[in-house]
Structures are given as C-alpha cells and as structure tokens.
Design a protein around this ligand. Structure first.
Ligand SMILES: Nc1nc2c(ncn2[C@@H]2O[C@H](COP(=O)(O)OP(=O)(O)O)[C@@H](O)[C@H]2O)c(=O)[nH]1
Ligand SMILES: [Mg+2]
Length: 233
C-alpha cells in the first residue's frame, strides 16, 4: 500500500511518518519511508530522500526564486526521478511538503502522485486538531480534504493530529454542523450531508503521534479503503 501523507505545514506529517512506520514495523510489517519534501531533512531514516536529488535551497539559488516558487519548481524537477521513488513494500509512506498549493493549484503535484500511484494508493490528509474546534473550521478542513481527493484522484482519509493536546468531539461537531448554528447558516446546512458522507465513507481518525494513540484505528481505516468485501471497496 502506498500512502501519501498530506496536509499543511506543521500538521504533523513527518512525525506521523516516523512514528507510524515504527508502529507498522513493530507489528512485523515491511514499511518504507520516502521523503518527498525538498525543503526538510527527514526526522526518520528515509529509504529514499528526494533531497539527495533536489534541494529547495539549491533550486532557490539556481533559478533565482523565492521559497514558494522554488518549491513548485522543485516538484517539477522531482518528476524526473519518479521511477526511483516507486518502492514496493507492505506500506510505503510518502512524506510530502506542507505547501498545499503544490497539490491544489499546480499540475506537478498531482502528476507526481499519478506517476507513483498503484492500485492500492491512498492519502492521509492531516488536520491539526487545534485548528478545527468549531463546526465552521471542521467543515472547512474536511472540504479541503475533498478538494485534495478530487485533485489527486486517490481516496484520502481525514486524520486529526495532536489529539493529546485537543480532544475533538467529531460527533458533536457533526451534529452542530447539521443544526446549522453559527455564521453562514445556509451554506453549512447544505454542506452537512457532504461532510457527514465523507466522514463516514472515509473515516475521520484521531491520532497522536507523540503519544502513539489511534494507530490501530488508522491501520484498520486504511485497510477498509481497499477492503474487497463491502461497499468500501
Ligand atoms: N503534541 C503533539 N505534537 C505533535 C504531534 N505530532 C507532531 N507534533 C509536533 O508538531 C510540530 C510539527 O510536526 P511535523 O511532523 O514537523 O509537521 P509537518 O510540517 O506536517 O511535517 C512538531 O513540533 C512536532 O513535534 C502530536 O501528535 N502531538
Ligand atoms: Mg515535515
């Protein structure tokens, strides 16, 4: 299974890759880590590190770009190495850059995912729990994940990270979304069925990489995506 770990900067992607790969290995699985972030040294032992080929700081100098332009250019350059980034293993965890415009507004991000994906490829869209404490923010985060799914063409689970710091009551938030309280009442009411559908179809999981909470649930949710037996296939 190839898993793209996606989400804004600071949402906990690299820490999840580090701790979840350890968890999978401890269960006896073969798990590999690939760093696709040309701007960050991996905090885990990367089986493949794109920084051996493309480094954001060098792209900035060579093409005279600021960091945002360099990140987009770096992804273009990374396409050349896509064969080397394709690993076969029970689980391959791809750590990605937090600049979401790479995946949402550029063609290179989706193209990279397209080149690396196989029949069992999915995504984890990481959401910092501290950022989704109101129904409006929760809806906004889940809908961002829907956009990511549509852009990348892979099923993507919403994962609430740092649940050791914030315990988000997903059921309560969903019922508040449905009851349409707060601002933008009509939009929220219309969005509620979609948010509820995506939250059920692609379960929202709460985890803490620091405390290693929710990893079993995360693993079973990942397996459910490709389960051939039910309507989750
Ligand atoms: N409390 C807490 N902090 C976390 C957790 N996961 C990540 N962090 C912290 O959040 C910050 C950003 O994490 P990082 O993995 O680098 O995020 P990335 O930018 O998405 O790769 C770091 O300081 C991590 O130590 C978690 O589960 N709990
Ligand atoms: Mg990172």
């Amino acid at each position: 299974m190839r898993i793209f770990v996606l989400g804004p900067a600071g949402s906990g992607k690299s820490t999840l890759v580090k701790e979840f790969s350890k968890f999978l290995k401890d269960l006896g699985h073969d798990a590999k880590c690939v760093n696709l972030d040309p701007a960050s040294e991996p905090v885990y032992r990367a089986d493949v590190d794109i920084r051996d080929q493309v480094r954001a700081e060098e792209v900035m100098k060579r093409y005279n770009l600021g960091i945002n332009g360099a990140m987009l250019k770096a992804i273009d350059l990374m396409l050349e190495f896509s064969e080397e980034l394709k690993l076969d293993s029970d689980f391959v965890l791809y750590d990605t850059p937090g600049q979401m415009e790479i995946f949402i507004y550029s063609e290179s991000g989706p193209e990279l995912v397209c080149r690396l994906k196989d029949a069992q490829t999915c995504g984890l869209f990481l959401i910092d729990s501290g950022m989704v404490r109101t129904p409006e923010k929760f809806v906004s985060a889940v809908l961002q994940n829907v956009v990511v799914m549509l852009r990348l063409g892979i099923p993507t689970l919403s994962v609430l990270t740092k649940s050791d710091l914030w315990d988000i009551d997903i059921k309560r938030l969903l019922s508040e979304v449905k009851s349409g309280r707060g601002i933008l009442l009509e939009i929220m009411e219309k969005m509620a069925p979609l948010v509820e559908y995506t939250s059920m179809r692609y379960r929202t999981i709460k985890i803490s990489s620091v405390k290693k909470l929710g990893f079993h649930e995360l693993l079973s949710a990942l397996r459910e995506i490709f389960c051939a037996c039910g309507d989750l296939s």
